[in-house]
Design a protein around this ligand. Structure first.
Ligand code: UDP
Ligand code: MG
Length: 343
């Protein structure tokens, strides 16, 4: 279904203008209700690809737009077979749109950007220069960001600091959509929810090298932003998620067990103290708040340890049901094993 526009266009296009077998770059763009910017976007992409000078494909993922976006995109793709349009049945979100684009991409390198032209496609050679230096991921850094300070730049600045510290992948601008990824590393990154903001951190967990370059940024000229300040809370929750899965997903008992044992230990100490007060000093302890706290700590501790054990069982189901390795191999030299899979 997704290949229809291209196939139809191909009939009217001479073989010399057909898309090359495997493009060098695949530009992936999630798009939701951006009809006003589409003509400008397509024009800018065309110019940027010509400027870059290597074979490229553009994959625009229409994330269930309710305006004229798909119609415009389809018209454009009918004229230019380098453009592939994937249309979602409903709005699944920017992360899902990225994931669909990554699956479709045939290029060696995937470049992502927004559809609203806040990013400048002319920056592609800047990113590619770093990829050619050997980095797996190059993140754009909107050094001179053209957005409001109070609800955009300030929360973003704090979030970037926090994410950099927690994930240990130091970037100034996780939120910038303009990024380049070696397609190979994306195969190991599984996206859920709104995790597209964390792709550099997730990819780094499977061994990708990450760097950043300052890029152009413009204020939104067409349409409206799809996000409000409420995303800050979701970003924080996602950060806990990424940190936990990255560090403890194969050993949840370590996180829950440590907390549980600490809680139990303190509870037992309080309990011993209260036993001493009751048995040796002969005082009544029935009305002491400390008794309640001691009991609470022990119960919470037992629950946390149990949760850790449940986590261990879930981890086994997760990895073993899909034969998922707990490591990622870069390459094997002299690999003589049968049915070896270097992935
Ligand atoms: N977008 C999308 N699905 C959504 C929300 C946004 O595909 O549910 C696209 C949107 O069309 C744009 C990009 O994701 O191309 C970034 O969105 P936006 O510009 O609204 O975010 P901001 O730049 O304000 O952070
Ligand atoms: Mg934008």
């Amino acid at each position: 279904m997704t290949t229809q526009p291209v196939t139809r266009a191909a009939a009217s296009i001479p073989p010399s203008e057909m898309p090359a077998a495997a493009p060098k770059i695949s530009i992936v763009i999630p798009l939701y209700n951006e009809e006003e910017s589409i003509p400008h976007l397509c024009e800018a992409l065309d110019a940027a690809i010509a400027n870059y000078g290597q074979p490229a494909e553009v994959i625009i993922v229409d994330d269930g737009s309710r305006d004229n976006s798909f119609k415009l995109l389809k018209e454009y793709a009918a004229r230019d077979p380098r453009f592939t349009i994937i249309r979602f049945r409903r709005n699944f979100g920017q992360t899902a749109a990225f994931a669909a684009g990554f699956t479709q991409a045939r290029g060696e390198v995937v470049i992502t950007m927004d559809a609203d032209l806040q990013n400048d496609p002319m920056d592609i050679p800047l990113l590619m220069a770093k990829v050619d230096e050997g980095y797996d991921i190059v993140s754009g850094w909107r050094k001179d960001r053209q957005d409001r300070w109070i609800d955009r730049k300030l929360p973003s600045m704090m979030a970037n600091r926090l994410i950099s510290n927690v994930t240990d992948v130091k970037l100034h601008d996780y939120g910038c959509s303009l990024k380049a990824y070696r397609t190979e590393v994306l195969r190991h990154v599984h996206l859920y929810g709104e995790l597209h903001r964390f792709i550099p951190a997730l990819a780094s967990q499977v061994g990708a090298t990450v760097t950043e370059v300052p890029v152009n940024h413009r204020s939104r000229q067409y349409g409206r932003s799809k996000y409000g300040i409420s995303r800050t809370v979701r970003v924080m929750l996602d950060l806990i998620n990424v940190w936990f899965l990255g560090t403890y997903s194969t050993r949840p008992i370590h996180v829950f067990g440590t907390l549980g044992l600490a809680s139990m230990g303190v509870g037992v100490l309080f309990g011993m103290y209260l036993t001493f007060v009751k048995l040796i000093l002969g005082e009544s302890i029935g009305n002491r708040p400390l008794l309640l706290l001691a009991v609470l700590l022990v119960v919470i501790g037992v629950q946390l340890v149990t949760m850790g054990l449940l986590g261990e069982m879930i981890t086994r189901t997760y990895y073993e049901s899909q034969n998922k390795p707990i490591y990622v191999v870069r390459e094997i030299v002299n690999d003589f094993a049968d049915g070896a899979d270097a992935g």
